[in-house]
Ligand binder design. Structure first.
Ligand code: FMN
Length: 198
């Protein structure tokens, strides 16, 4: 596993607010000497999980052969993960939800169900940051977006080091005018990179 940050973007708008957050986060990580790689989900073919449970036996997703196959390898080899979603109806985007559900194959469940379970990504000092951007000014209009990323990340075995909530940003690219947001993204990338080295 490498001291690398895998960045998962889930906005369908290229050059939009999430992408600008990603750019600044990656710059911060680079300033701390950490390599990052950006994966933009909306350009890829990623089916939602179909719940076939084949991964229980096979320990990987053997039912769906799509762009997640490459991403699984990137996840396994990157100690850091940065997940970014614009708020779509109080929640993550459909692309991010499909991505999260496809991580189901990393779990081991003890039979009979329901019973104890564990993640094959846990116990490896994996660390993550979750970020969300939305139009409205009241944090309640961000809904479950941060929790929808943080809870699965923690269940998978990541320590979530930071939650970035950017409010009041609607138009494509508008966040580039919000100096505090850019600074916060860059600082968060820097801090995650430093934390990964320790
Ligand atoms: C389908 C859809 C649903 C949205 N739902 C919400 C919402 O529930 N709350 C909110 O504050 N903004 C909502 N927005 C606004 C976006 O979160 C906002 O424009 C954001 O800056 C988009 O980020 P992006 O440029 O990275 O795509 C919604 C936008 C779309 C397209």
């Amino acid at each position: 596993m490498h001291n690398k940050i895998l960045i998962i973007g889930s906005s369908p708008r290229r050059g939009g607010n999430s992408d600008i957050i990603i750019e600044h986060f990656a710059k911060g990580a680079e300033n701390a000497g950490c390599e990052s790689e950006i994966v933009q989900l909306s350009g890829l073919n990623i089916s939602p999980c179909v719940g076939c449970e084949r991964c229980r036996k096979d320990k990987s997703c053997t039912r769906l052969n799509d762009d997640m196959t490459d991403i699984y390898e990137k996840i396994k080899h990157s100690k850091g993960l940065f997940m970014v979603s614009p708020v779509h109806n109080y929640n993550v985007t459909a692309w991010m939800k499909a991505f999260i559900d496809r991580m189901y194959c990393f779990y081991d469940f003890k039979e009979p169900r329901p019973n104890d379970w564990s993640s094959r990504l846990s116990g490896q000092n994996r660390q993550a940051v979750a970020a969300a951007v939305c139009e409205q000014l009241d944090v309640k209009d961000m809904g479950f977006t941060i929790e929808a990323m943080t809870m699965p990340l923690e269940a998978l075995g990541y320590e979530v080091k930071d939650h970035l909530r950017f409010l009041g940003v609607f138009s494509k690219g508008a966040i580039s005018e919000v100096e505090t947001a850019l600074k916060k993204s860059e600082e968060s990338g820097y801090n995650l990179a430093v934390s990964l080295k320790n």
